[in-house]
Design a binder for this molecule. Structure first.
Ligand code: TXA
Ligand code: MG
Length: 322
């Protein structure tokens, strides 16, 4: 076990990274577990600390869009999207250049790249001379961290340093997309919605990620973003009815369901602001998971904007996928 320090010292974080060590970094979406993306030793430490399967590739974090050409071959539409949304919660999947090691992309000839919108991490990226490979800074499969304390809960003793940038501002992981044959494939929903992508590029957006409403083939979808407490989503009144007598936590968008039964209701946004709800989601899931509930019930969120990302994460957090 090593000692895990939390601090705001960019030089210290940079020093660890230069020494092939890994550190947690804040971004506007969730905290990342970062290492030198061009260094195989650093990247392998990321997989080990997270207990991440070796076939799951990592996102390259760059200091600016001027670096895109250094590690990838961006097409004209990807450049448009980068100019519109970077720095910001968008990840582009692009053909990779050979200077990006195979371990970083898990053998794929494509590389995922993004420019995080967080002052501390942008300063850090400018201080070092390599891109950072960074998955979310949680043990594989668990809820992504939105504070430095969340990172510590999952990775204490496994990493030397957590750069503390406060509570993340978006709260769910970046949108991942890819331009292909003059349309956009949406691989993961996030802070940049399908309509924003369409508006910026003029291209149609096709969602290949599973939709919250469509059924899945068993095994197609791995459990992810999942609390230890069993979580179910759907019609909240019916779910409450079915689970009478169990110690229940409800996660709701705007409405308070606490009078419906013997339960605790965690309202994500009293004002009905979908961005605020996304921002609170993971912290509330962690808070609930730390208490002794038998079950978590949650409703279907409005599909507008970042609401699709909330629905996607809650769907994959469901107990039936375990
Ligand atoms: O907001 C975010 O994207 C956060 C912050 C830390 O930047 N990162 C993040 O990383 O969510 P991670 O590893 O938890 O999720 C990245 C996703 C994974 O599902 C991975 O399979 C996919 O991106 N991905 C990364 N590189 C890829 C590639 N070359 N081809 C296909 N999928 C890729
Ligand atoms: Mg993750």
């Amino acid at each position: 076990m090593m000692f895990t320090e939390i601090g705001t010292n960019i030089e210290k974080a940079a020093q660890f990274l230069l020494n092939e060590d890994i550190v947690a970094i804040p971004t506007e979406t969730v905290y990342g577990l970062a290492g030198n993306a061009l260094n195989e030793n650093s990247v392998s430490k990321i997989y080990v600390a997270k207990n991440r399967p070796h076939f799951n590739p990592l996102i390259l974090h760059l200091s600016g869009i001027n670096q895109l050409n250094q590690y990838a071959f961006p097409d004209q539409y990807s450049i448009l999207l980068a100019e519109a949304f970077m720095p910001g919660p968008l990840t582009l999947l692009l053909p990779k250049k050979s200077n990006v090691p195979d371990i970083t992309t898990a053998g794929s000839d494509k590389v995922a790249v993004r420019v995080p919108n967080h002052t501390l991490t942008l300063e850090l990226l400018h201080a070092i001379h390599f891109p950072l490979a960074a998955p979310s800074a949680n043990p594989s499969g668990y809820i992504s961290p939105t504070t430095a304390t969340h990172v510590l809960e999952g990775l204490n003793g496994k990493i030397p340093y957590i750069l503390d940038g406060g509570f993340t501002s978006v709260g769910v992981e970046s949108t991942i997309c890819e331009v292909k044959n003059d349309h956009i494939i949406l691989h993961r929903t996030g802070g940049i919605s399908a309509s924003m992508l369409k508006e910026a590029s003029g291209l149609d957006v096709i969602a290949t990620v599973h939709q919250a409403s469509t059924p899945h083939t068993p095994g197609q979808l791995k459990s992810h973003y999942a609390p230890n407490t069993p979580l179910y989503r759907g019609n909240i009144d019916a779910l409450i009815e079915q689970n009478m007598g169990r110690k229940t936590a409800v996660i709701s968008f705007q409405k308070d369901y606490s009078s419906r039964g013997n339960l605790d209701c965690y309202v994500l946004s009293k004002q009905g602001n979908i961005s605020e709800a996304a921002n609170q989601l993971f912290a509330i899931m962690r808070e609930i998971d730390a208490k002794e509930y038998d079950i978590i019930l949650t409703e279907i969120f409005p599909e507008e904007g970042i609401g699709s990302a909330i629905n996607d994460r809650l769907d994959r957090a469901q107990f039936l996928h375990k």
